[in-house]
Design a protein around this ligand. Structure first.
Ligand code: NI
Length: 133
């Protein structure tokens, strides 16, 4: 298969984490590490897609930036049929930690979590799903 090159922009912190992953898994280079991350993400997506699942999305963000909590609220209202509860913790002067508990079709939860985690300014976000069957 033809190999294509593309440019990736990462902040130094994330690049450092990528290099740690390269070392930890003894990948020959960063490309191999990125390939590994993409593949494992796709496998998880395919496996879960059509199942009914319960899950949580965890978000960490600076509430001074871009009214992220307002945006998060809007997105959750647009998907209220999936949202069971939401907890917002003011971690310190800047940082907020939100945990949103969800239930529904895995593909819908993935779509919703992509919207939440993809909000500009989110420092870290992760979806965890548990199958109900
Ligand atoms: Ni807060």
């Amino acid at each position: 298969m033809a190999i294509k090159r593309f440019g990736v922009s990462l902040d130094e912190l994330v690049l450092g984490e990528l290099d740690e992953l390269v070392t930890k898994h003894q990948f020959p280079n960063r490309s191999q590490a990125i390939r590994y991350l993409i593949k494992s993400h796709l496998i998880a997506d395919n496996w879960e897609e059509n199942r009914d699942v319960a899950g949580t999305v965890t978000l960490l963000y600076d509430h001074h930036k871009r009214d992220i909590s307002g945006q998060s609220n809007d997105i959750q209202h647009d998907h209220h049929h999936l949202v069971l509860s939401m907890q917002h913790i003011h971690l310190d002067h800047n940082n907020c930690l939100e945990t949103i508990t969800l239930k529904g079709r895995a593909s819908e939860l993935i779509d919703l979590s992509d919207k939440l985690i993809g909000m500009k300014g989110v420092k870290h976000g992760k979806l965890v799903m548990s199958s109900l069957d």
